[in-house]
Write a protein that binds this ligand. Structure first.
Ligand code: ATP
Length: 238
């Protein structure tokens, strides 16, 4: 299998502290791959390392066969990897449409009208709120906007860092449904980082479990959900 994104033996440090201790993760074209792990396991760091912040100290990261381990961050963004970061980071003082325009800048607005219509079809709520400032949207609407903005760049790989964070269960479920739908209908490749193991693994083709900077388990999404160790550590009460 040739992976669209391949991470091999990657280490990353914050000062002297190792946050990633030799991580191997592959994401093939058309897959949803989920990474789960507790607070502080290193999930966000792995996502950031793909963008070179922090930069991998050891190991190899390739995208579509190209070594991007040492590629400058601004060049990686041009490679059609889009990210919806943890905490969403939309532009609070800009309107919904202006936020979406920021996503379209990557493609130099080449398909702007078409893409805007598409995002509004996926998230009708954003259309209703088109002129509203991002900062006044609800948490769920902000998450839709962050994903919509990422999609405006027509990514080959969509990376989502904890899209369900802080959302009511029903809203989180809607967000996951949209991700699943995009994957099924458009074959969008998704790398999903989540603490909400149940939903995130259910919709994933494959999953990985990260503990303290290392991958400790991997397998089919639903298969991982069945494992007693996963259930005990990540689904207790869930
Ligand atoms: P969460 O689910 O809580 O976001 P995570 O799995 O995404 O957790 P990371 O945010 O990647 O975990 O953090 C991994 C480790 O690196 C933690 O011990 C964290 O304190 C540390 N860390 C993260 N960012 C920095 C930073 N900028 N400077 C120093 N240490 C950091």
């Amino acid at each position: 299998m040739s992976a669209l994104l391949s991470i091999k033996g990657v280490t990353a440090y914050y000062g002297a502290i190792a946050a990633l201790k030799g991580v191997d993760v592959d994401v093939a074209e058309g897959e949803i791959v989920t990474l789960i792990g507790a607070n502080g396991a290193g999930k966000s760091t792995l996502m950031m390392t793909i963008f070179g912040q922090p930069r991998a100290r050891d190991g190899l990261i390739t995208f579509d066969g190209h070594d991007i381990t040492r590629t400058p961050t601004h060049e990686i963004a041009r490679l059609k990897i889009a990210q919806s970061p943890e905490g969403r980071r939309i532009f609070g003082r800009m309107t919904v449409v202006e936020n979406l325009q920021m996503g379209a800048a990557v493609t130099k607005f080449a398909h702007y009208d078409e893409d805007l219509a598409r995002i509004f079809a996926i998230f009708p709520r954003l259309k209703e709120r088109a002129g509203q400032r991002g900062g006044t949207l609800s948490g769920g609407e902000q998450q839709m906007l962050a994903i919509g903005r990422a999609l405006m760049s027509r990514p080959r790989l969509l990376m989502l860092d904890e899209p369900s964070l802080g959302l009511a269960p029903l809203i989180a479920k809607q967000i996951f449904s949209v991700v699943e739908e995009l994957n099924r209908t458009e074959r969008l490749t998704v790398f999903l980082v989540e603490q909400n193991a149940y939903h995130a693994l259910r919709l994933a083709h494959r999953g990985y479990v990260m503990v303290n900077g290392r991958i400790t388990m991997s397998g089919g999404g639903r298969e991982l959900l069945e494992r007693p160790e996963v259930r005990a550590a990540y689904l207790e009460g869930g």
